[in-house]
Ligand binder design. Structure first.
Ligand code: G1P
Length: 310
């Protein structure tokens, strides 16, 4: 249904007991220059939606409607995307183009979105620390914008459930090709009695292939205990001279008594990385192929196109 009365925005501001979600979006997107000279990388379209909208939709689908974006310089288009845009809405209404009107309103009514500036880009850990005031003393989720998790995979709900039952911090892990471990935070783990849930005994940010304790990589989903904040406050710059979330989590992982330790949910579903040009292209092709409206025509063309290649 198209909703043009703005009520969803007002009612969404009501306090709720659901956890808050934090989306760090202050990154410069240097891997996509020159496209990201004036456009935030989170606004790059994945088919017909900006990458960040998939992430917001995932949080909302898991029941998290209070979203804090940690932004920085040149991120205004991102903020505008989640605002209403009466001039466009009226135009579509006059034309009777209700399908597009729904799509436009959907983005503006999705969630209750708040913004805080990072001010000084000192790393992911620093960005998360900027959420302390908004989050307070409750567990919260962190979703990184470069990772898109396939719709309906249930990763975040599983993590929220684990957080609630274990009273611990939960990270999403995925097995990666050992050649790729230097691109990720990597976990040392031991099994639990539950399938695909592991106890994290150690974490290292972007180790060499030789130094990596496993090939289980942190993918960009976390449900964290608020005890992470005072730890982040005292975390010294690490890899890349940045304040690393992984280093603060290592403190929690090392001592279960602080805040229940750290557990990992091992994810085996669909994950699309939009942070790198090649992976971004793969994400667009896969997501377009799976779409009900575009998929059949697109895959037909793709199949014949592939045959023309060497
Ligand atoms: C960040 C984290 C890293 C994690 C990765 C997932 O790195 O620091 O631990 O594995 O996200 O995408 P970034 O990709 O921002 O360099």
């Amino acid at each position: 249904m198209h909703n043009n009365d703005g009520m969803a925005n007002i009612s969404s501001s009501r306090p709720s007991n659901a956890l808050k979600a934090v989306l760090p979006v202050a990154g410069l997107g240097t891997r996509f220059l020159p496209a990201t000279k004036a456009l935030p990388k989170e606004m790059l379209p994945v088919v017909d939606k900006p990458a960040i909208q998939y992430v917001v939709e995932e949080a909302v689908a898991a029941g998290l409607r209070d979203i804090l974006m940690v932004t920085g310089r040149n991120k205004a288009p991102l903020e505008n995307h989640f605002d209403r845009v009466p001039i466009v809405e009226n135009l579509l209404l006059q034309k009777g183009d209700f399908a597009r009107l729904d799509a436009v309103n959907h983005a503006s009514n999705l969630a209750d979105i708040h913004y805080v500036r990072q001010g000084n880009p000192l790393g992911l850990g620093h960005a998360v620390l900027r959420a302390w005031q908004h989050v307070g003393q409750a567990p919260f989720a962190v979703l990184l914008g470069d990772d898109i998790i396939g719709e309906g995979e249930g990763l975040l709900p599983h993590m929220l459930e684990q957080q609630a039952t274990r009273g611990a911090s939960i990270i999403a892990l995925m097995e990666v090709d050992p050649e790729h471990v230097p691109m990720y935070g990597i976990a040392a783990v031991e099994p639990t009695s539950e399938n695909d849930v592991v106890r994290v005994t150690g974490l290292v940010e972007k180790p060499s292939k030789e130094a990596a304790p496993s090939n289980l990589a942190i993918i960009g989903r976390y449900v964290l205990q608020p005890e992470i904040f005072p730890i982040l406050e005292h975390t010294a710059p690490g890899r890349g001279n940045e304040i690393q979330l992984t280093d603060a989590l290592q403190v929690l992982a090392a001592d279960e008594k602080i805040a229940g330790g750290v557990y990992g949910v091992v994810f085996r579903g669909k994950r699309f990385d939009t942070g790198d040009r090649l992976d971004y292209l793969k994400a667009v092709v896969q997501i377009a192929s799976g779409r009900e409206d575009l998929g059949p025509d697109f895959t037909k063309w793709l199949t014949s196109f592939v045959k023309t290649l060497g």
